[in-house]
Ligand binder design. Sequence first.
Ligand SMILES: [Zn+2]
Length: 57
Amino acid sequence: MANANCPECEGVIELADGSFVAGEIIDCPDCGVELEITSVQPLTLELAPEEEEDWGE
Ligand SMILES: [Zn+2]
């Protein structure tokens, strides 16, 4: 397992090794904010840039 702290709520986020790649966007399970994986080794998370998603859903 790899873990890192959410920059928004300081909650610990655990990810299984090999289940993530740099650039992936994940949701914080505690506060729901979108986080971008900026580095895999060590695991580093940053708030994802807010972008307008207009995929018609
Ligand atoms: Zn959070």
